[in-house]
Design a protein around this ligand. Structure first.
Ligand code: ADP
Ligand code: ADP
Length: 237
């Protein structure tokens, strides 16, 4: 079964603007479990608005939105069901790191969920190792003193510690130097190859996603203008 199915989904921002703004227009797309999906389009295309829907942070203004085969508009459906299974790595890692030390920060989610300490420690350890930050070296490091690339990896570890089925990256390369970009590329590649995670990668640069994903959805002005494999997308670009 599909993880996400969207049919005719629109989203209208009503607050913060003098007039309602149609950010997504009659979108139709399907995302299957374990796939790696790119969302590509220029600034303002609607990528972040779509991410908020896929992460259960907002509901569509209209249209059909199914999560794991369940209609999210059903009265009994709780958005927390999506939130508990979808992790988002936001554009700026600073906005996602709250704690003074790496150990505290990555354990934040498990602690919030009252995961027993031994289990939480294992999750933090595995999550840090998965992003290439050895637990014993990094556990007590101050988060403010980390490099940009390390902060991003701590933010990713914090998401992994929540054991999501889906991880969404919103412009993860923004602000990184070439070395940080290469490390992050390898990290996402490894997550794709070694885990069953569904990976969603939003970027304004086709180049950033082309080698990492299996399917690309191109957005422009809130509409889906193309869906295809990286090869098909390149041929069309
Ligand atoms: P992208 O992530 O591709 O840059 P966004 O989803 O952020 O696109 O934006 C899509 C459209 O929605 C843009 O026109 C943007 O200005 C508008 N928008 C985004 N967030 C809000 C908001 N909170 N309130 C009003 N308009 C918004
Ligand atoms: P220390 O572990 O030596 O106390 P810190 O003060 O830097 O090091 O931060 C550790 C704190 O963060 C712990 O007191 C605990 O609350 C939390 N923490 C760190 N690592 C873990 C972990 N693996 N699992 C659960 N909580 C952790």
């Amino acid at each position: 079964a599909a993880l996400f199915t969207l049919k005719d989904v629109s989203y209208i921002h009503r607050s913060g603007t003098p007039f309602a703004l149609v950010a997504l227009q009659q979108l139709a797309l399907t995302i299957t479990p374990g796939s790696a999906v790119g969302l590509v389009g220029p600034t303002g295309a609607g990528k972040s608005t779509l991410i908020d829907l896929l992460a259960g942070l907002n509901k569509p203004s209209s249209g059909l939105f199914y999560f794991e085969g369940t209609d999210t508009a059903a009265k009994s459906f709780k958005l927390t069901r999506i939130r508990s299974q979808v992790g988002v790595v936001f554009q700026s890692p600073e906005s996602q790191i709250f704690e003074e030390t790496v150990g505290k920060d990555v354990s934040f989610g498990p602690r919030q969920r009252k995961v027993p300490l031994a289990e939480s420690r294992r999750l933090v350890q595995e999550s840090l190792e998965a992003v290439g930050l050895p637990y014993e070296d990094f556990r007590t490091r101050y988060t403010y003193a980390l490099s940009g690339g390390q902060k991003r990896r701590v933010a990713i570890a914090g998401v992994l510690a929540l054991q999501p089925k889906v991880i969404i990256f919103d412009e993860p390369m923004a602000g990184l130097d070439p070395r940080g970009r290469n490390e992050l590329f390898a990290l996402i590649q490894a997550l794709k190859q070694r885990t069953g995670l569904t990976i969603i990668y939003a970027s304004s640069s086709l180049k950033d996603v082309i080698e990492l994903v299996d399917t690309i959805h191109v957005l422009d002005k809130g509409s889906l203008v193309f869906s295809g494999t990286p090869r098909e997308t390149l041929a069309r670009a």
